[in-house]
Design a protein around this ligand. Sequence first.
Ligand SMILES: C[S@@+](CC[C@H](N)C(=O)[O-])C[C@H]1O[C@@H](n2cnc3c(N)ncnc32)[C@H](O)[C@@H]1O
Length: 355
Amino acid sequence: MLREIRPIEGGCPQQFSLLTEFCVPFPAPIKPDFSFIDLFAGIGGFRIPLQAINGQCVFTCEINPHAQQAYQLNFGDKPQGDITTLDLNVVPEHDVLTAGFPCQPFSISGKMKGFEDTRGTLIYNVFQIIDLRKPKVVFLENVKHLLHHDNGNTLKTIIRDLEHLGYVVSAKVLNASDFGVPQNRERIIIIGHPSKKFDFSQLQTKPKPTLKAFLEQDAPFEFLNEPYTLLTDYKVQDSGLIFIGYRNKSIRKAGVRPGTENLSRVHKQPNRIYSTEGLHPALPSQETSGRFWIYHQGAVRKLTIKECYKIMGFPDEFKIRGNSTELYRQVGNSVCVPMIQEIAKAIKTQLLSND
Ligand SMILES: C[S@@+](CC[C@H](N)C(=O)[O-])C[C@H]1O[C@@H](n2cnc3c(N)ncnc32)[C@H](O)[C@@H]1O
């Protein structure tokens, strides 16, 4: 394991450098019940909940240097870089493999060579590790759209390859808003075990919260200083979103049918403003996407970085450092921690217990 012990900013004094590992906000458990590896680790959205249920992270990889820094600041470990150039022998044996792998569409070569068919994609590198180390549980996460890539063939290939590797696979789309966070964020979860089928129906869900309960009371808020329109006739959508207005941004007129300019403005997602009495749409990974504007207490303002981390379910102790573009990118790329925690708890009970 790559345990680089370094003094942590604002943490332990230098002279106690051997103890600094224990001063990070999310130290490893002292008597772990199981081990896991954290692939495409980002800022550790899997690691926080797996550690919280007494898992020990024994290997991590993440290519982005900013995310690596955030990871090290919070966990004390510097992830390995590019998974495609890894010497697989450095990956130790482990009980659970987690991977929120980047979404890459691919087509089945049709040669039916097992997972070799996915060569050249990042999921292929994950399959190589699974093949070598045969973890007890494979826990994958991706965007809901994976269902539709290549008419569903991408997902079918992933499931088929996991089955060829010896796993019984279950997959389901879950929404973070059912796990205590005010965000309409749907993600596909894929879980494999050598003999047991994971039962998603055992997950404990919660009533959907409202965004307003997660907001800062006092911060240097950025209010919208351009014209916007509030809708008088709005309703709570089935998803829990309340689309209450839109920014009157100048819109592309070329190619738009006369008389439909306003429609395209209204329906363009980035211009939308949502009420804090409901949920927020899925946080994107680009600050410039314009999807961070909320209507709260009679004004339109942008979600603060801290609020973004909060509505992804990151605990308050999570250290947030760096420029805002990077921070929005990192949090938008991450996973909703409480949703992963609920799944991880169920994995521990259903798939890691001895019986
Ligand atoms: C969807 S994000 C996963 C984020 C993570 N689950 C979290 O909680 O923050 C995918 C991550 O894979 C990383 N990545 C992309 N290509 C990679 C590669 N070749 N090797 C290692 N990491 C890679 C990206 O930098 C990104 O942080």
